[in-house]
Design a protein around this ligand. Structure first.
Ligand SMILES: [Zn+2]
Ligand SMILES: [Zn+2]
Length: 138
């Protein structure tokens, strides 16, 4: 599916800015708004950091992007949505990667008690040391 079609299927107009933001996130998942803005600005020179923030909010509300916010990090955005995947974050450099559902399917973790809540997803952040940081420490 093209980026334009994905936008229209989600009920959004396929503006140049939205297309550029989605395509930036295709090549660099888990990017923050500043990083996305630097890439998009080269394709759409009229864009602004504020419009990138607005686009990311619209795309996330429409379910086309997912927003994660590891502790101590700016909000990060990715196109991989709806699969309850988790993240591993480097506690030294902040590198982020995907971790598939821990066991089977969402929510993939069984809480001891849900206090009467119906649970749909579990959001897990694993913290550790990325291969680059491990290599430079060795
Ligand atoms: Zn690292
Ligand atoms: Zn992810």
């Amino acid at each position: 599916m093209s980026t334009e079609t994905a936008l229209r299927n989600a009920g959004l107009r396929a503006t140049a800015g939205r297309v550029a933001v989605l395509e930036a996130l295709t090549s660099m998942p888990h990017s923050d708004a500043d990083h996305v803005f630097r890439v998009v600005a080269s394709a759409v020179p009229t864009t602004s950091i504020q419009s990138v923030h607005n686009i990311l909010a619209d795309l996330t509300a429409a379910g086309l992007t997912r927003r994660i916010e590891p502790a101590g990090s700016a909000a990060l955005f990715e196109r991989r949505v709806g699969d309850n995947h988790h993240h591993v974050v480097c506690s030294q450099c902040g590198a982020v990667d995907d971790v598939d559902c821990v066991v089977g399917h969402a929510p993939c973790l069984a809480p001891a008690t849900t206090a009467g809540f119906t649970v749909q997803t579990a959001e897990v952040t694993f913290w550790g040391t990325c291969p680059e940081c491990a290599a430079s420490a060795a």
